[in-house]
Ligand binder design. Structure first.
Ligand SMILES: [Zn+2]
Length: 252
């Protein structure tokens, strides 16, 4: 998505402000896995892998995608949503319409969040979401303030682990598409070494949050390799990381 100069400035200002500062204290390093939107494979393939390793993830659903195809990929169904919740995963909130915070007014952004919250509550036995993910990882100061009022935690984008003082209104999430988990080459721009980040999180007892969309042997440019997810979980366990949902990490 191409942003105007004004939108970029708005985003820059948004990133600068810590709305919900919190000092991170963890007993051990933690890995949180997020699936955004979410394509069906995140549940049909991802759910099976997560169960195999006995861990839970956070699924950020956009109501408008339910039972639809988006970017050529089949998206979650109502049954997927409920099954994921019943299996112990966290269902988080995106905007219903997958609106970017930089493309619509704050009022429209908030209405789309409200619509999504209702969509999720109706389908998940009244359970309201605690966590939010900014679509396209676009933030503005106004949207961060609005989200901080409504959710315990919001996830944005980052290139590393969450250390010491973190902002619960924009927790840094690493895009797995830029790591070896998605088959992204170390020679390409923006490459992030997920193994190094796992080591760092373990050694410093910090919080590594990652996100992706679909899972496949040959995923989309926004997705992750099926084996990449398994390798990630194996590495995390070997390093001694606990795998938790965002809700579990920020509880209390
Ligand atoms: Zn999204």
């Amino acid at each position: 998505m191409d942003l105007t100069v004004y939108q970029r400035l708005n985003r820059k200002i948004g990133h600068k402000f810590f709305i919900k500062p919190r000092f991170l204290r963890l007993d051990c390093g933690v890995l949180s896995i997020c699936f955004d939107d979410f394509p069906r494979t995140a549940w049909t393939i991802g759910g099976a892998i997560l169960a195999q390793y006995g861990v839970h993830a956070t699924y950020f659903a956009s109501g408008a995608f339910c039972d639809k195809t988006y970017m050529g990929m089949e998206q979650f169904t109502e049954t997927d949503l409920l099954e994921a919740q019943e299996a112990g995963h966290e269902i988080g909130c995106h905007t219903y319409d997958h609106y970017s915070a930089l493309e619509v007014s704050t009022g429209e952004f908030e209405r789309s969040i409200e619509k999504n919250r209702e969509f999720l509550c109706e389908r998940l036995n009244g359970e309201a979401p605690d966590s939010f993910a900014f679509p396209y990882n676009h933030v503005s100061l106004q949207s961060k303030l609005a989200v901080a009022r409504q959710f315990k935690t919001a996830r944005g984008v980052g290139t590393g682990v969450n250390l010491n003082w973190i902002d619960l209104s924009e927790v840094a999430g690493v895009n797995l598409s830029l790591t070896q988990a998605a088959g992204y080459s170390p020679n390409k721009p923006g490459f992030l070494d997920i193994n190094e980040l796992i080591e760092q999180a373990a050694l410093q007892r910090k919080w590594l949050v990652v996100y992706t969309h679909d899972l496949a042997d040959t995923p989309s440019m926004h997705g992750c390799r099926t084996h990449g997810l398994e390798e990630l979980l194996i590495k995390a366990k070997q390093a001694g990381l606990a795998v938790k949902t965002l809700r579990e990490v920020t509880a209390g």
